[in-house]
Design a protein around this ligand. Structure first.
Ligand code: BLA
Length: 507
């Protein structure tokens, strides 16, 4: 039984079911013998189930296809490949090959009735061309997201397209949205990590497009020759038509959504966010060309975000280098004087409102006045902390009581120069009260079923739930910590050089 505590344990890649709009044949990698078949394939192929299990791929789909399958079986990569199949002269299928533990998956998508089929592919190329030109001139993440949502909605025709960005803890926020007139906006809303649990986030790193044809579809079964169910035995991670976790179907139902299309945005091998497309009334599933186009679009967008971030980082590194280099030339001063001299630049780089240096030579500070007594309290709270760079966004998290606001800051970053000499640099941040608008109560992402039914259901209300966060500063980012480590090295070098000078000149 799935509940909130084990939500991220549901093996969503092993459910052994397929969405109703697709078909599956799983063959053993070595022998190419059919091992699993999805329900209803016999009708579609006009063959008996026995015939399907005994099928020779070359005889049924053509020797050229058998060659393709054999070739694919030897590749080490896990990308999907797509081939056109004409079956018995009048049915048109797309065959999508992917890998699974010990098996090859051959998914069949009936495209016999798909109109304008080839036109879609051409539109896709011109869409990608347009997107690439639009993206080329954008150097801001939010602006990029707004443009991406609008371009993708024009291309796909979904009612709503959102750019969803994850925080480090798995929570997320809609940072851009393009929607049909009259739909309630989701822009700016936050969602708890459990809405897209960990195993799903990991799966979307492997398989970058997740399309859900119809939220009413609980999936059809997949069987092996002896009639037993594929559940737990067939890994569908790379499948296109993998069925959907019932709890997620319920979630989408609660949101009033009929079909979805999600595309992963991956930066440095991490799931940065997702492009989320919703239709509220239609069962919708894009053609394979369109799906691949959206995947390519997602890659294009991810690469642009990575470039924007790395340009920003390069600029910051230049600033950091300037500080580090000029520290090298001022070793005749105390570290305190040197920090004071470069305080403006340091505070620009690692955004903060004040600093305090405590060293055997005395104390230096800037920003709000802090007494040595107050620093002593902070030091004793940190007594057993071994981190050379330590960050906190809230004094109360460190066991310090600041209810009367005597301490003028809420967050700090502590650099240890010398534990032995009790020499530390503190960078401080003031409290930043903030309002977070959640889509429904994030503390109750699931509800107990009504009517005495067992189990839990995702929350039913997504209406705005306001959270006021107090007593915390802005979070310190991984980048802040990275820069602080470099500064720490520079400060230590400074101190060593300074001491050398003191000893050599005797001053
Ligand atoms: C999957 N949950 C998802 C997905 C999204 C969300 C985007 C990916 C599939 C898809 O695109 O539909 C959540 N959808 C959102 C959010 C927005 C949105 C945040 O549109 C914001 C606008 N879900 C729950 C709880 C559980 C849960 C409590 O709320 C578990 C107990 C599970 N969500 C869950 C699972 C999946 C999922 C298991 C994976 C579905 C799959 O790929 O099979």
């Amino acid at each position: 039984m799935i509940n909130l505590n084990n939500c991220d344990k549901e093996p969503i890649h092993l459910l052994g079911k397929l969405q109703r709009n697709g078909h599956l044949i799983a063959v053993e990698v070595d022998s190419l013998k059919v091992a699993f078949v999805s329900e209803g394939l016999d009708e579609s192929l006009n063959m008996s189930v026995e015939e399907i299990f005994k099928m020779d791929i070359g005889n049924t789909f053509g020797p050229w296809f058998l060659d393709e399958v054999k070739k694919y079986a030897t590749t080490s990569k896990n990308y999907q490949i797509v081939k056109d199949l004409i079956i018995k002269g009048n049915s048109f299928f797309k065959a999508i090959l992917s890998k699974s533990n010990g098996y090859l998956l051959i998914e069949l998508e009936d495209v016999t009735n798909l109109q304008k089929y080839n036109a879609y592919a051409n539109e896709g190329l011109s869409f990608i061309d347009e997107a690439s030109q639009v993206f080329e001139n954008i150097n801001d993440e939010t602006k990029l997201a707004i443009n991406a949502a609008s371009l993708l909605r024009t291309y796909t025709g979904y009612d709503r397209v959102m750019v969803y960005k994850f925080n480090d803890n798995g929570d997320g926020k809609v940072i851009a949205e393009d929607k049909k007139f009259g739909l309630e906006p989701f822009l700016g809303l936050h969602y708890p990590a459990s809405d897209i649990p960990k195993q799903a986030r990991l799966l979307y790193l492997k398989n970058k497009v997740r399309a859900i044809y119809d939220v009413e579809d609980e999936g059809k079964d997949i069987f092996s020759l002896d009639g037993s169910h594929a559940e737990e035995r067939l890994d569908l991670s790379y499948s296109v038509f993998r069925s959907v976790s019932p709890i997620h179907l319920q979630y989408l139902n609660n949101m009033g959504v009929k079909s979805t299309h999600g595309v992963s945005l991956i930066i440095n091998k991490k799931l940065w966010g997702m492009l989320l497309c919703h239709d509220h009334t239609k069962s919708k599933f894009l053609s394979i060309e369109q799906r691949l186009t959206t995947q390519f679009f997602g890659d294009l967008m991810s690469n642009r975000i990575a470039l924007i971030n790395s340009n920003k980082k390069n600029e910051e590194f230049e600033k950091l280098n300037t500080i580090v280099n000029s520290l090298k030339f001022t070793t005749h001063d105390d570290l305190g004087v040197a920090i004071q001299t470069h305080w403006q630049e340091i505070g620009d780089l690692i955004k903060c409102d004040g600093y305090f240096l405590q060293s055997p030579l005395g104390t230096y500070q800037s920003g709000e006045q802090i007494s040595e007594k107050q620093i002593e309290v902070l030091d004793s709270a940190m007594e057993y902390n071994q981190d050379l760079v330590y960050t906190s966004n809230s004094l109360s998290n460190e066991g310090m009581n600041n209810t009367e606001g005597l301490f003028p800051y809420s967050g700090f970053l502590r650099l240890t120069i010398s534990e032995e000499n009790k020499e530390f640099v503190y960078l401080f941040r003031k409290e930043k009260k903030k309002k977070i608008n959640w889509a429904g109560n994030p503390n109750k992402p699931v509800l107990v079923e009504e009517n005495g039914q067992e189990g839990l259901t995702p929350r039913k209300s997504f209406s705005k739930w306001e959270q006021l966060v107090e007593g915390q500063s802005e979070d310190w980012s991984a980048q802040d910590v990275e820069y602080a480590n470099i500064l720490r090295d520079a400060f230590i070098t400074f101190e060593i050089e300074h001491l050398k000078q003191v000893y050599s000149t005797g001053t």
